[in-house]
Design a protein around this ligand. Structure first.
Ligand SMILES: [Zn+2]
Ligand SMILES: [Zn+2]
Length: 336
């Protein structure tokens, strides 16, 4: 018979909620991880950061009881605020609802499989040292798991670590590796972990706007919903389609080629799985999809296109933005 956990640690500063579960697994002292987990949840999904809402959150919220603020935990300790602007209102409500069965039916994020950093846990060796000193334990930070961010939010020069360059060791499921590696050596082959990726103007921009998305306090009505769902189409409507009388498809084709050169020159391939060809051929980086089917793409696609099209920033939603841009967009883009 399942035994309910008698304790559950609270999340540490900036800790990912799944990391709290992993620390609890260590603290129980039970070597049989599956046995411990059976007491907490019936869910068998791996403990990885790829989902906006992991079903195990429900079990945690239940355990924390009424004192826990579900919205606050989601906004401070998961990637939910990052994904929320591209989710439908009903989906967000479902995640925030206390009805357990509903939240388990939430759809996974679109096209996550193309993203190099979506499914694997990343860590910063400087944070590992600082956390051990300050909290007595190293843990996984939510902001280190943002798929569109290359370096640590606290140590800007430190590229986040993800895998061993020699043997390919990586951490997908915290059931098997609950804590970040405490030394700089691969636990599997001993090789020193080396960071991969180059920071530049574009990666800096992606980082700053991704962190902006993470700082939204309200999950039901996230600040950047308009920016994320209409940002690309608004930029197109105010630049390319105002100046150019050309056919929309011709403009899209030209932009797609320019985008590819820009993408290569900033080495943005590091953010994606697989070869270059695989990245640019499906709709994940298609301007047409970004403009017309925004919710079918992950935040990464929108942020890259917005930067390419010259967006200075992502703006919190205003009523004027919605009123003034949508009609133009519909005239020039959607009704061709
Ligand atoms: Zn750090
Ligand atoms: Zn290795």
């Amino acid at each position: 018979m399942a035994r309910l956990p008698t304790f559950m640690p609270s999340p540490l500063p900036e800790e990912h909620l799944l990391s709290t579960v992993a620390r609890w697994l260590v603290l129980t002292g039970n070597k049989d991880v599956k046995d411990s987990l059976r007491g907490l949840t019936t869910n068998r999904d791996s403990l990885n950061p790829g989902k906006a809402f992991h079903p195990i959150y429900n079990d945690l919220f239940q355990l924390y009881g009424r004192m826990a603020n579900r919205e606050k935990l989601l906004s401070k300790h998961t990637l939910f605020p990052y994904y929320a602007p591209l989710m439908k209102f009903q989906q967000r409500l479902t995640a925030l609802d206390i009805d357990k069965k509903l939240a388990e039916r939430l759809r996974p994020q679109p096209l996550q499989g193309h993203l190099n950093f979506a499914w694997f846990w990343r860590w910063c060796p400087c944070c590992v040292q600082e956390d051990e000193k300050q909290h007595g334990v190293a843990y996984w930070h939510a902001k280190h798991q943002l798929p569109s961010v290359l370096s640590c939010y606290k140590h800007p020069q430190q590229i986040l670590l993800k895998e061993c360059a020699r043997c390919g060791f990586n951490i997908r499921d915290l059931k098997h590796h609950p804590l970040p590696p405490g030394t700089n050596n691969c636990p599997s082959c001993g090789e020193v972990f080396g960071p991969k990726g180059t920071q530049n103007e574009v990666t800096d921009w992606l980082k700053s706007v991704s962190l902006q998305l993470m700082s939204q306090p309200c999950m039901k009505r996230p600040n950047y919903e308009f920016s994320m769902t209409h940002g690309v189409s608004s930029l197109l409507a105010s630049t390319h389609f105002k100046r150019s009388a050309k056919n929309q498809l011709v403009v899209f084709e030209q932009l797609q080629q320019e985008f590819k050169r820009w993408f290569d020159s900033y080495q943005l391939i590091d953010f994606f799985m697989g070869s270059e060809l695989e990245v640019t051929s499906p709709r994940i980086l298609s301007i047409g999809s970004a403009a017309k089917f925004p919710r079918a793409l992950p935040p990464m696609s929108h942020l890259m296109w917005m930067k390419f099209l010259g967006a200075p920033n992502i703006e919190p939603e205003t009523l004027e933005a919605r009123d003034s841009t949508t009609p133009l967009l519909e005239q020039e883009l959607l009704v061709n």
